[in-house]
Design a protein around this ligand. Structure first.
Ligand SMILES: C[S@@+](CC[C@H](N)C(=O)[O-])C[C@H]1O[C@@H](n2cnc3c(N)ncnc32)[C@H](O)[C@@H]1O
Length: 225
């Protein structure tokens, strides 16, 4: 089922493309590195084994921004393969530059909608899906754009392996409530609020939240076997 603009799932997009100019150097790096480290949102079916040329646990980070967490996680966990996705072009450009300079072989990048890309992979694929500081969409009429909704989580769960995890962090109180309600209502998820995990790198949005005095909450849910 497709939305009128052809977007699968018949849901509003969870992002709004932001236009920001990039420096010439950054644009050149983006053009050079995306074909090397990027994965096309649309294309033939593929698999994590084919992408990373090995068999290993695979994580998906949805909304990686400029990729600080993705780079830090890929460096800290060389035995885990990570696919990091965002639609924000300057952020992805920065991530590509850092990926290249760190010579990471366990990180690949989606410049586009992660919810569309996963259709290229078999279910289940991911040992973890990570959503760090999703857009809050605070106005009531924007709520349908939130990433953690019953519809979207229902769609993501089949891609998590049994015993794998859905991990989230947010600084928006009513989003914590929404994450809890949505995930606890899912028959195959179990979990809740957790102490800030030491392996979750600090992201740009987390820094901004802490500077503004907001409280950050981490949540983790396991897909039941
Ligand atoms: C508030 S930012 C947080 C960025 C980063 N995780 C951080 O903590 O600094 C949320 C990001 O999610 C991205 N996003 C939202 N929906 C997405 C989707 N379906 N696929 C890929 N990226 C998405 C947005 O473009 C935005 O850059």
């Amino acid at each position: 089922m497709c939305a009128p603009d052809g977007h699968p799932m018949a849901v509003a997009r969870t992002f709004k493309p932001r236009r920001r100019r990039m420096s010439q150097t950054r644009s050149a790096a983006f053009a050079e590195l995306l074909p090397v480290f990027g994965l096309d949102v649309e294309g033939p079916p593929t698999s994590a084994e084919e992408i990373f040329e090995r068999s290993a646990p695979v994580a998906l980070e949805i909304g990686c921004g400029a990729g600080e967490a993705a780079i830090a996680s890929a460096l800290a966990e060389p035995d885990v393969d990570l696919i990091a996705a965002d639609v924000h072009t300057p952020g992805i450009a920065r991530l590509l530059v850092d990926l290249h300079s760190n010579e990471l072989t366990n990180l690949r990048v989606i410049h586009g909608d992660a919810l569309e890309f996963i259709n290229r992979l078999p279910t289940p694929t991911f040992t973890e899906i990570r959503i760090w500081f999703p857009d809050p969409w605070p106005k009531p009429r924007q709520r349908q754009r939130r990433l953690v909704t019953e519809l979207i989580i229902g769609r993501l769960v089949p891609w998590i392996v049994g015993g794998g995890r859905l991990r989230m962090a947010t600084d928006i109180d009513d989003y914590v409530e929404q994450m809890l309600a949505v995930c606890l209502a899912h028959p195959e998820l179990d979990g809740g609020i957790v102490v800030r995990p030491s392996d979750r790198p600090v992201t740009r949005f987390e820094r901004k939240a802490v500077e503004a005095g907001r409280v950050v909450t981490d949540l983790a849910f396991v897909r039941l076997l």
